[in-house]
Ligand binder design. Structure first.
Ligand code: ADP
Ligand code: MG
Length: 782
């Protein structure tokens, strides 16, 4: 069934050539026990390896079942070894990290035999060699003889046609040798057994046929055979190792060196740890920024004032800031500065107000309007009724005079209005969100006004003076003196008297006006202080009232006599001064004759909604002429864009640095895999002897790096996650920020995948090297 024709195999080392096989021609019967005898170095092992397809011959031909092997491809040899050959070595060559049954099953595992069948065949083989009671042990729990029995069982399990034994008793004592020889002899009743030995006694006692070998040639053949010409009857079943099998092999191998595996995984996880920490910090900071944006920045309103700056214009350059050319000309050029050029007048009209009113309350339920409406206010100052004002502007000493007071009350300088709640269901309240109540109560009605103080409880001295409080700079006033103070708001018709000339003058019987039942009573309901510095600019220190109050005043006064008269006159009805149309609009607004606000403040409910509101506002300008466009100011937006970009930049830099350690880990894994390849050389040989393909060997080591990669990824992520706790405690103590470091689960998964892919890449080259290893050399390795 097997015929060697003039097989030659030479080894060239340096200048010397060793003729390991020097023209061997011999044929074997389908069933016989052949012993090959010869001195050490005569080429016995080489011949066995050639017959077994572990080593390639240089010239000649080997014919198996009528098929020449000259044209055999690598995969044919793999399949041949797996299907037709069983190897038994002097040094057993069991894979020590696999159990006995797994060792025996390995060949069948490679050829994809089903689990039950595999187990059954393995148990049969082990029973056959007399190891039924030791099946569940590990190789290192057996004696030498028992290990050789396992090796024989492994060779038998896949039911090969040829059993090749290379000095199977060479490492055993006489008694055990006899047992093994009996077993082999028994097997030779059904198979072709070729056994190499240098012990002539054993050969003579057991073998049917003895071939004597010397210097790569056959000296003598005791029972030659002539193979008859046969047609090709050779059938092969291809081998293929599944990745799961490779994983199992590698996992078992790694289990035997737990300490080293853990250290390797730990060392290579350092890159993952650093990236994990950087990512969790940056996404934590980003989340913190986002939260601040939503909570605080969104509290900054989008402002639409009568005068805005066109952000699209180049407004940086003031006159004189340009680079000089120092011309010699005798002329002066008149020029508008870029700043002025960028100034844009918003024509806020009822149309636009309606557009604003249509903003979905889900996006913003706080819209504030500032109207330049004057207030006819009277206060009881120390028992005497006097005109007072909410203005924070400094007034001259004779502020008691009716006229000047009336005028200054019109200017409304430094008075803040806060938005009225449109939708109380949302639970959002501008004042309660941003201001802490120090005394009294939050305003309940339009006629409730509040005193705003800054974070140091300071307020504008003019506001207090203008209300009739007699205070000096730095003087402290009890809350109780302020809260509950009330004023009378006089209607235009009660406040102004029309003279026969058609002019209007304020009345001077303050007490009578004060007692008029028509009056509204305004009360300082409470003292409010900013909650944090971020809301500082929203309401200026001093008196603040709701925009509801201003619209109420407009409602009450827009049809008053003075307003009607002023509407029909191009001169001031009070001073007879000529008015331009803009000046007339301003005077009318101050008298409460116009409901068009001077500025609009839109407070978005949250940061995301703000974007939608801005889009809504932009839509208004679509297709409008430049002069008709309404521009808004979004202070919070400019700030957040800045911080967002900065955070990203910092993250990239840190991740890049951390990435370097990842590459280091990758190189390290490569080295570790390389060491593992060296260590497992024998195993590679055994796997090949059992029919493993190059791919399968690569797979075994890829599986090992895969396990290491996943392991180090998970370890790295766990450590990074664990590190976020002390980091958060530290950051909390340093900055008062809570739970900054947060490892995003998506990042964690990505990191594990990255770790796996990188380590597999790093280990793949050594894995390829392992696959290329010469099986014959691998098996000779010690
Ligand atoms: P035996 O098994 O009879 O002791 P071998 O078949 O192992 O002999 O070796 C036959 C000859 O080939 C020896 O001289 C050995 O040194 C040489 N040889 C075997 N393998 C190699 C190799 N990989 N490189 C060089 N020489 C080798
Ligand atoms: Mg040998």
């Amino acid at each position: 069934m097997l015929e060697l024709k003039d097989i030659k195999k030479y080894y060239h080392v340096g200048d010397t050539t060793t003729k390991a096989l020097d023209g061997v021609s011999v044929s074997f019967r389908r069933q016989e026990f052949v012993a090959i005898l010869g001195a050490s170095g005569s080429g016995k092992t080489t011949m066995l390896n050639v017959i077994g397809g572990l080593d390639n011959y240089d010239s000649g031909d080997m014919i198996i079942d009528g098929k020449s092997t000259k044209t055999f491809k690598e995969s044919d040899w793999d399949a041949y070894r797996n299907n037709s050959i069983g190897f038994v070595f002097q040094s057993y060559n069991l894979i020590s990290h696999l159990g006995i049954i797994d060792n025996v099953e390995l060949g069948m595992t490679l050829s994809g035999v089903a689990k039950e069948e595999k187990r059954q065949k393995a148990e049969e083989a082990l029973t056959r060699v007399g190891l039924a009671d030791h099946m569940h042990k590990k190789p290192n729990q057996l004696s030498g003889g028992q290990m050789q029995r396992v090796a024989i069982a492994r060779a038998l399990a896949n039911d090969p046609d040829i059993l090749l034994c290379d000095e199977p008793t060479g490492a055993l004592d006489t008694e055990t040798s006899v047992q093994i020889m009996n077993l082999i002899q028994e097997l030779s009743q059904e198979k072709l057994v070729i056994m190499v030995t240098h012990n002539p006694n054993l050969a003579n006692q057991y073998a049917d046929r003895i071939i004597e070998f010397s210097d790569g040639r056959i000296l003598n053949d005791s029972h030659p055979h002539k193979e008859s010409e046969k047609s090709d009857q050779f059938i092969l079943k291809r081998t293929k190792m599944r990745f799961v099998t490779a994983l199992k092999l590698s996992f078992n191998n790694l289990k035997t060196k737990k300490g080293r595996t853990f250290l390797t995984a730990f060392a290579s996880s350092i890159g993952i740890i650093s990236i994990g920490i950087v990512l969790s910090l940056s996404s934590g900071f980003q989340a913190q920024i986002d939260r601040t944006q939503t909570e605080t920045m969104a509290k900054f309103p989008i402002t639409i004032s009568q005068v805005a700056t066109d952000a699209t214009a180049n407004s940086d350059r003031a006159l004189g800031s340009e680079k000089g050319t120092f011309p010699k000309s005798q002329t002066v050029t008149a020029k508008i500065s870029d700043q002025d050029r960028a100034q844009h007048t918003n024509k806020i009209d009822q149309n636009y107000i309606d557009y604003i009113e249509n903003i979905d309350p889900k996006l913003s339920n706080n819209i504030g309007y500032t109207r330049l409406v004057g207030m006819n206010l009277l206060g009881n100052v120390g028992g005497e009724v006097k005109p007072v004002t909410f203005s924070a502007a400094a007034s001259s000493e004779d502020s008691g005079a009716a006229m000047s007071s009336a005028v200054s009350s019109m200017t409304g300088v430094g008075v803040s209005t806060f938005p009225t709640q449109l939708d109380n269901k949302s639970g959002e309240n501008f004042l309660q969100d941003n201001y802490r109540l120090l005394d009294g109560s939050y305003p309940k009605n339009a006629t409730d006004v509040v005193l705003i103080v800054d974070a140091n409880n300071n307020t504008n001295i003019n506001s207090l003076k203008n209300l009739g409080f007699d205070v000096k700079d730095g003087e402290k006033i009890d809350f109780s003196q302020i809260v509950g103070t009330s004023f009378k708001l006089i209607h235009n018709n009660d406040y102004y008297t029309e003279l026969p000339t058609g002019n209007f003058i304020p009345n001077n019987d303050y007490q009578a006006m004060y007692d008029n039942a028509n009056d509204d009573t305004l009360t300082i309901s409470g003292i409010l202080r900013v909650k944090s510095d971020s809301t500082m600019n929203l309401l200026a220190p001093g008196i603040a009232y709701s925009d509801q109050l201003t619209s109420q005043i407009v409602e009450e006064n827009q049809n008053s006599a003075i307003v009607e008269a002023q509407k029909n006159s191009d001169t001031s009805v009070m001073t007879n001064q000529a008015l331009t149309s803009e000046q007339k609009d301003a005077v009318l607004a101050q008298l409460g004759g116009s409901s068009i606000p001077s500025s609009i403040m839109i407070y978005p409910n949250n940061f995301k909604n703000k974007e939608e509101i801005l889009t809504y506002l932009d839509n208004y300008n679509d297709g409008k002429k430049k002069a008709d466009k309404i521009l808004y100011t979004d202070l919070a937006g400019t700030m957040t864009e800045l911080t967002g970009g900065l955070m990203d930049a910092i993250t990239y830099v840190l991740v890049a640095f951390a990435g370097i350690s990842l590459v280091t880990s990758m190189i390290m894994i490569g080295i570790i895999t390389y060491t593992s390849v060296i260590e497992r050389t024998k195993e590679i040989g055994v796997l090949k002897a059992l029919g493993a393909r190059k791919k399968d060997i690569t797979r075994v080591f890829d599986a090992e790096t895969c396990i290491l990669g996943v392991g180090s990824g998970i370890l790295g992520v766990l450590i990074a996650w664990g590190a976020t706790f002390p980091i958060n405690i530290l950051l909390y103590n340093l900055t008062d920020l809570k739970d900054v470091a947060q490892l995003n689960p998506v990042h964690a998964i990505i990191l594990i995948v990255v770790s796996t892919v990188l380590t597999m890449l790093g280990g793949h080259i050594p894995a390829k090297m392992a696959a290329k290893k010469d099986a014959a050399i691998a098996l000779r390795a010690e």
